[in-house]
Design a protein around this ligand. Structure first.
Ligand SMILES: [Cu+2]
Length: 162
């Protein structure tokens, strides 16, 4: 009986872990929402990772990221310089006290440098994030297709995306 119970407990904890991993991960005072990465084409060596970081405590910083699928990862920001979108590396991403910072396309993001495999929609890629105060946490990023929605399809309605 004891064996059955512990097996049930293991399965239950696995289920709840994967349910949490898909949507929200907590580390210290930080809540990490919707971690996702961009799908790539076979020859592509770089890609972006995105998530929303909610800080319920005092100021912290995201200081580094790493993943087994790429040689390294960098923290990047994107901004307009004249008419050109430019990407540059930042040393850390500030997470103000009681604030929310969103890493998203066109802004702050995690950058996979020198991917060793193609990222396909539906894949789950682990990324280890290191925070100055909250410490390290491995987060499962869901790979999403970034193809623009097919236009001219019957019933396609942009208003529903927002
Ligand atoms: Cu970048």
């Amino acid at each position: 009986m004891k064996k059955v119970l512990s097996a049930v407990a293991v399965i239950a904890s696995m289920l709840s872990f994967s349910a949490i991993a898909a949507h929200e991960v907590k580390v210290g005072d930080l809540k990490l929402h919707n971690p996702n990465a961009r799908a790539t084409v076979p020859s592509q060596k770089m890609s972006g990772g995105f998530l929303k970081i909610e800080n319920t405590g005092t100021a912290d910083k995201l200081v580094s990221a790493s993943s087994p699928v790429s040689k390294s990862m960098e923290l990047h920001t994107m901004s307009m310089e004249g008419n050109v979108m430019k990407m540059r590396e930042v040393k850390a991403i500030d997470l103000p006290a009681k604030g929310v910072v969103e890493l998203k396309p066109g802004g702050l993001h995690l950058m996979f440098i020198d991917l060793n495999k193609q990222l396909k929609a539906g894949d789950v890629v682990p990324i280890k994030l290191k925070f100055e105060k909250a410490g390290e946490v491995e987060v499962k990023f869901h790979v999403m297709d970034n193809k623009p929605p097919a236009h001219g399809q019957p019933g396609h309605d942009h208003s529903k995306h927002h």
